[in-house]
Design a protein around this ligand. Structure first.
Ligand code: SF4
Ligand code: SF4
Ligand code: SF4
Length: 173
């Protein structure tokens, strides 16, 4: 298991690749288990994980190991079990706190503008393709300029605002 990046996301990508290129569907537990594993991992990366998901992943992978006809299925299930063992904290962090410490799961991250750093230049608002940034360009003689912030529901996490902010006021949280 790679020590870099989000383990949940790495395992999800691994299973998507397995389902697409290797899983032949000849044995039901492997076929159904793979679909279920992908479904559960996808939910976890979207901050929709449930406490019982760890048990579901463990039981489903054990079932594949016990019943798979070929090494490909067993290897895939073992990959998941290794990940659950070595990165248990990461899975639990996603499920319980809805947090990805690697900032890898796009749906778990948000863009945030630090009001202490923002100089209200308007560059991010101009570049945002989703009209997700609210705020008013600084007018020096006015004291009540509206500060800049990101509307999470509109933000698609494209990252364009990050590239134009010259004072590093935009953070991924
Ligand atoms: S265990 Fe092997 S033979 Fe069975 S469905 Fe999976 S890939 Fe196919
Ligand atoms: S990440 Fe993209 S969509 Fe989100 S606020 Fe920045 S520019 Fe707009
Ligand atoms: S680009 Fe940076 S400094 Fe300018 S308004 Fe946006 S967050 Fe503030």
């Amino acid at each position: 298991m790679s020590s870099e990046g989000c383990s949940v996301l790495i395992t999800l990508e691994f299973f998507k690749g397995f389902a697409k290129d290797k899983m032949c569907g000849k044995c039901l537990p492997c076929m159904l288990g793979t679909t279920r594993i992908i479904d559960v991992l996808e939910r976890i990366t979207k901050s929709e994980g449930e406490e019982r998901d760890m048990v579901v992943l463990e039981k489903t992978s054990s079932n594949i190991i016990d019943t798979a006809r070929c090494k490909l299925g067993k290897d895939a299930a073992n990959f998941l079990q290794d990940s659950l063992t070595s990165s248990r904290d990461e899975y639990e962090e996603h499920i319980k706190d809805g947090h990805c410490s690697h900032n890898s799961c796009e749906l778990l991250i948000n863009y945030w503008i630090d009001p202490e750093k923002c100089v209200m230049c308007d560059a991010c608002k101009k570049v945002c393709p989703e009209d997700a940034i609210v705020g008013e360009k600084l007018v020096p003689y006015l004291s009540d300029n509206n500060p800049y912030y990101v509307r999470d529901k509109k933000c698609t996490k494209c990252g364009q605002c990050l590239t134009v902010c010259e004072v590093g006021a935009i953070e991924i949280v």
